[in-house]
Design a protein around this ligand. Sequence first.
Ligand code: PDD
Length: 285
Amino acid sequence: MSIVYLNGDYMPMEEAKISPMDRGFLFGDGIYEVIPSYDGKLVGFGPHIDRMNEGMGFIDIKLDYSHDQWREVCEALIEKNGGGNLGIYLHVSRGADSKRFHAYPADIQPTVYAFAFEIPAAPVADKAKAKAYKVSSTEDLRWKRCNIKSTALLGNVMHFQQGFASGNNEIILYNANGEMTEGSACNAYIVKDGVVITPPLDNQILPGITRLMLLDILAKDGSIKVEERTVTMEEVRNADEIWLTSSSKEIAPVVELDGKPVGTGEVGDVWVAAQTLYSAGKHNY
Ligand code: PDD
C-alpha cells in the first residue's frame, strides 16, 4: 500500500481526496518536481526545491514551505513506503476555487500533494548493463515556456505517446529552425569528437537538475569538454553519441534515432566516462 502526503497529512493513496474544482485538475495550474532517492538518499534535493520555488514564483503560487519542511515530507515518504529506489513526486497546485474562472482569487490556498513511486536502480557505467534507448524525432509543438515545470503536460504527453506508440523509448524534439530542444521528458545532448554539446538554457527547455549536476560534475573534473550551444538536427544525425538525462534515468545512451544507428550503433565510450563521474559525484548535491 502506498502512503501519500496531502496538505499536511499522510494517508493511504486511496484515501487522498481533492476537490474537482481544484485548478490543478481544471487548468493544469500547478508546479511539480520529481526527486530520485537511492537507498534512502535523496539526489539533488536542494536544487530540486529551488527550481520548484522558482516555478511557483513564475506563476505566482504562494506557499511558504521551507527546504526543511520539504525534506521532512520526502524523508517520511521514503520511510513510510519502505525505502529502496524511489522517485518522490511533489505537486503544488494553485488550489480549489468555488467557480471555474481563468483568473485566480488572491487568497486561494494551494493544494500540496506528494507520493513515492518505484524507480529502477541507478544505472551503472557499464556498456553491457546499460539500457540503450531508441528514439524518434519530431517538431516541438509545446508552448513557449518550457522552462516552467508545469503540471500542464499535455504537449509533453502527446509527444511522448507519439514516440512510445512507434516502439521508441523517447522522442527528441526540434524547433522550427531544425534545432534540437530536448526530449519529451528529459534533456538532450550529443557527443562529437569527444565534446559533449547540449542546448543552452532558455524558454525552449526545462532546466533539468540532472543536467545542472552533470555539467557541474564534468566542469569540475575537466577531462570531458562541454559546450552549451545550439545543436542542429543535422548535427544530431551525425553525432557519435546521443544522451538523454532526467532524474530517474540519469544519463541514458541513445543507440538508434529514427530507425538509424547513432554513431557505431553501440553505447559510447564518452557515456561510460560521464556516467562514471556522475555516479561518483551525484550525492554531493
Ligand atoms: N521529467 N525536460 C523535461 C521536459 C522533463 O520533463 C524533465 C524531467 C527533464 C529533466 O529534468 P530533471 O533532470 O530535473 O529530472 C527535462 C520528469 C522526471 C518527469 O516529468 O517525470
